[in-house]
Write a protein that binds this ligand. Structure first.
Ligand SMILES: C[C@@](CO)(OP(=O)(O)O)[C@H](O)COP(=O)(O)OP(=O)(O)OC[C@H]1O[C@@H](n2ccc(N)nc2=O)[C@H](O)[C@@H]1O
Ligand SMILES: Nc1ncnc2c1ncn2[C@@H]1O[C@H](COP(=O)(O)OP(=O)(O)O)[C@@H](O)[C@H]1O
Length: 301
């Protein structure tokens, strides 16, 4: 009998993304407030003769299937640490947009790590899994944890945050992706010669999350990468404007973009804003999703 394990992992939106100056290692210090949203990838791991990756979903053609795939890298990292071979088939059922600023690759890394851990029964502690996540990428630890969290350092050092109620979101996916390093480089270029302050988490924003208050959250969201994303992808301004005109409480670029995110008061408004965005012709697809969503979860447990 072939045993397989499936893990479901959420996308994220950054409700605060404050970016410091570039560090000696090329990364930027962040105050990164992540919120997991109910759009999911599923990673299924099955024993195999060799390590291989397959992917299905609307964006599957853009996903690398070689060992650069974060799911493959996660399996190899766990196998190396626990003296196993990494001969597994990793199948990704992909619903998170690729190169969209919603941490889809990170989700697959965290998902594969948890799935291989369950398949192999390594006995790794949560802390050990989080260390491997941090080696794989700045966003990967949050994909494991979900909910809401403040990421400091390059975003990998997490403090879990309270969320006191549901937040309703609409996401507009763009016609093409944006490269995260390119957006950080554009941030540096736009800020050249300016004093970049230390990134600090907003107490008002953390309070709005804890209260579950969408109006207060809308008043406090911020994204320091938004100007850089708009500079590289100016058409996003029309998408943001269309969502605002349709009644979103706030509109922002998700992380490094180009997905745009719209916070709305309730599920009914989400459907209305989604329809208006679809009708605007300013984006490729539109999805609604509630938050917070749980982190990487083994299905069937
Ligand atoms: C911007 C954010 C916001 O959550 O997410 P996305 O919008 O890409 O989803 C993250 O910081 C992305 O994290 P992640 O996608 O894991 O990036 P990594 O693999 O760690 O780094 C990719 C590249 O992004 C840049 N980078 C990333 C994180 C950081 N704190 N400073 C950086 O300068 C570096 O150029 C690095 O080489
Ligand atoms: N499992 C994966 N899913 C998607 N992209 C991946 C994956 N593994 C590696 N990548 C690479 O990571 C890049 C960034 O993709 P993604 O994580 O979806 O976006 P973002 O960093 O904007 O959230 C992709 O262009 C792709 O080359």
């Amino acid at each position: 009998m072939s045993v397989s394990v499936t893990v479901r992992v959420p996308a994220k939106v950054n409700v605060q993304l404050s970016v410091g100056g570039v560090r000696a290692d090329g990364f930027h210090d962040l105050a990164n407030v992540f919120l997991a949203v109910g759009l999911y990838d599923e990673v299924t791991v099955t024993p195999s003769d060799t390590l291989r990756v397959t992917c299905a979903g609307p964006d599957a053609a853009q996903v690398p299937l070689d060992r650069t795939n974060l799911a493959a890298r996660a399996a190899e990292a766990l196998a190396a640490r626990y003296g196993r071979d990494a001969n597994v088939h990793l199948h990704i059922a992909k619903d998170i947009p690729v190169a969209g600023g919603m941490a889809g690759g990170s989700a697959d890394g965290a998902g594969a790590l948890l799935a291989c851990d369950a398949l192999w029964g390594t006995g790794a502690s949560r802390g050990e899994l989080l260390d491997i996540c941090a080696e794989l990428g700045s966003d990967v630890p949050f994909s494991l944890v979900g909910g809401a969290a403040l990421g400091t350092g390059r975003g990998e050092r997490l403090t879990v945050l309270d969320v006191g109620g549901a937040f309703h979101w609409v996401f507009a996916m763009a016609a093409r992706g944006l490269s995260t390093p390119a957006v950080f480089r554009e941030f540096d270029r736009l800020g050249a010669g300016r004093d970049i302050p230390e990134p600090v988490a907003s107490a008002d924003l953390i309070d709005a999350l804890a209260k579950g208050d969408p109006d207060a959250l809308a008043a406090t969201v911020s994204n320091d990468l938004q100007a850089a994303a708009l500079s590289l992808f100016p058409e996003l301004a029309a998408t943001l404007a269309a969502g605002r005109a349709a009644g979103a409480l706030t509109a922002l670029v998700s992380g490094s973009g180009p997905t745009t995110a719209f916070l709305v008061p309730d599920a009914g408004s989400a459907e209305r804003v989604a329809r208006a965005l679809r009708d605007s012709g300013t984006c490729r697809t539109v999805r609604t999703a509630p938050a917070p969503a749980p982190g990487a979860t083994v299905l069937g447990d």
